[in-house]
Every structure is written in structure tokens, then in C-alpha cells.
Design a protein around this ligand. Sequence first.
Ligand SMILES: NC(=O)c1ccc[n+]([C@@H]2O[C@H](COP(=O)([O-])OP(=O)(O)OC[C@H]3O[C@@H](n4cnc5c(N)ncnc54)[C@H](O)[C@@H]3O)[C@@H](O)[C@H]2O)c1
Length: 340
Amino acid sequence: MEIRFPERTTRVEIRSGGIRRGRWFSPDEGTASLFVFDSNTSGLAGALPPASIVLPSGEREKTLRNVESILAGALERGLSRDGRIVGVGGGVVCDMAALAASLYMRGCGLVLVPTTLLAMVDAAIGGKTGVDFGGYKNIVGPFYPADEVRIDTDFLSTLPDAAYRSGLAEVIKHALLGDAELYRLLREGRAGILARDNGLLPRMVARAIAGKKGYVERDLREQGVRAHLNLGHTFAHALETVTGYRGSHGDAVGWGIGRAMAYGERAGLTEPGYACEVRDLLLSYGFQLERPGVDSGRLADAMTRDKKKRGGAVRLVLQRTLGDTELQDADPRLLAEILA
Ligand SMILES: NC(=O)c1ccc[n+]([C@@H]2O[C@H](COP(=O)([O-])OP(=O)(O)OC[C@H]3O[C@@H](n4cnc5c(N)ncnc54)[C@H](O)[C@@H]3O)[C@@H](O)[C@H]2O)c1
């Protein structure tokens, strides 16, 4: 699959089996590339390529200091502008490797090898780079799409359940945004998907990426339709803010999609049968939809402070039904009811 951006095309390859046996880490590639792992992903792909750096893992490590380590590694190993930085890891490694590649010699080659489901269907696709800074998530970083994204669903076998579910929230979101076949696969193939059956995963990942491709090709810089990808996220970010980012992002997104359905239903927009079906789907994948044990007033406050608010109003991504999505300014009274 190819994703075409104004200045660059990303080639996406999806398979199952291969990378973990080190097939894509040939010595030739090693000399022209600097590989970036974190402490969990460095053991996943056989022996480390000769030019590798291993960063500490976790969101708290998504810092300019670690990007600086990548840049220092590139310089030390004499990487040229034609060389490539290869990020092998979850969204944290992919975002930092991409930021480093955007900076090194005013932009060098970038290959991403996402190893979490979230990174496969989301972080590695679409050109957003970033680190957390000054207490804000992803506040520093340009758009810099990868030259190649190499996906091997084999990596998912070692992923903790919570991290896997986190990625599934994004897959479900992509289905709702307009992929009836992915929606059917999620409903009918649930047992296999939850068991991480490699017979199903490449198809599921490919469909989710195709969904994101449709948005980012039209709107790389999120000036319009790309905002639909925030379905469930305005609610999710508020929950994450109020709980201090405890719990997984995907669980917050799953809950947030449930809230967006409830809001849409109360606003007379979302078809009740569809909202009900979506809630059943989320529950069947283990997402909790009931009110979390946090104060609803604080949730509403956090939503009004959300960066997606425009002209004082909270902007919600809502749906009539599958594939029929629109942005609406939230009615504060209705919002309070939905969060109560
Ligand atoms: N650029 C974008 O468009 C975009 C989109 C969505 C999310 N993100 C970013 O992605 C990050 C979250 O990504 P994530 O959930 O992948 O987090 P992560 O990168 O922190 O990975 C989660 C954990 O799983 C470990 N891990 C990775 N692959 C593994 C594997 N195959 N087996 C076992 N353990 C493995 C990691 O070391 C880490 O401890 C956030 O920083 C978020 O801002 C970016």
C-alpha cells in the first residue's frame, strides 16, 4: 500500500513472520541505517543490528533528551543525509525516531517498524512526530511522514493485553468511520482477533491503515476532515487529564466512543440502533463503558480546556451511523448530562 503526501510517499508493507527472524536487518541495511529500539523492543527481533541504540521505554521517556540521543547516535556512526533512521517500537519510539529523522541534516530517511497495534494502525501512519514537553503531550514536533512502514503482526504476540486492547480501540474507530468490511470482521472475527490469530491480523491492520490513509492523504495537517479521526478522543483526553493518564489510552478512547454515541443519540443525531450496536461491540472487546469513578464536573472542565475547542465551544466528532460523521459544537447542558 502507498500513502501519498504532498512531499513524500510512504510505502507500507504488512506481513506476518519475517522481521522477528531478523530478515529485514541485513548487514547492508545496518551500515546505512541507525536502528532505534526501546528496552522492550530490543529483544524482539533477534540480534541487534550493528548500528543500534536502545532507549528506555515508556511515555515518560518521550523527551527531547532521548531525541538528542538518537541524533548523537546518528552523528557518531557517520550517518549521511541519505541514511535512514529506523524506529522499531511502539508509538513512543516511532514518534521520537520520526522527530529525529526530521531534524538530522534537515531531514534524513525514515523507516518505521511498529511493534504495537496502536503504532501499526495509528502512530506510524500519517506523518505526525513528537515528544512531550513542558507538561504537554506531543507539543513539539513537525509533520514528517516515513519513507517506509514495515509491519509484521508477529510482533503482537508478545504485547500485554492492555496494550493490545489500546490498539483495538483505534481499529474499531476506523471501522466506524466508514469501513463496513472491517466492522464485519470485528464483529464476526472477534474470537480470532482476541486470540491474535495471524490469519486475521494482517487483514485487520491493512483495513485500519487504509481507513487512516483516506483521511491523512486528504488532510495531512489536520485542517479539516482529519479531525474525524478524533472520534471518542475529546472525551478520552478529558478522562486521561482528570485521572492523570492512569489506565491505557485505548480504554479511554473506547469509553469516549461510547460517550460520543450517547451524546449523538441524545442530540437526536445518532441512530439508536447503531449506537446500541457500537456499545455492544465495544463491550465485547472488553471496554468499560460505565461512568468512571471521577467527578463529572471535572470531566466537563477538562473537555472545555481540550485543545480541539474552537471559539469557546467544545468540538465533538459525532456520527449518524457507520461512515456518516460530522463535527458539532457541544451543547454544555447536554454534555453535562452525558458525563453525569
Ligand atoms: N504520531 C501519531 O500519529 C500518533 C498516533 C497515536 C499515538 N501516538 C503516540 O503513541 C504513543 C503510544 O504508543 P504505544 O501504545 O505503542 O506506546 P509505547 O510505545 O509506550 O509501547 C507500549 C509498551 O509496549 C512495549 N512494547 C512495544 N512493542 C512491544 C511488543 N511487540 N511486545 C511487548 N512489548 C512491546 C513498549 O516498550 C512499551 O513499554 C503515545 O506517545 C502517543 O502520543 C502517536
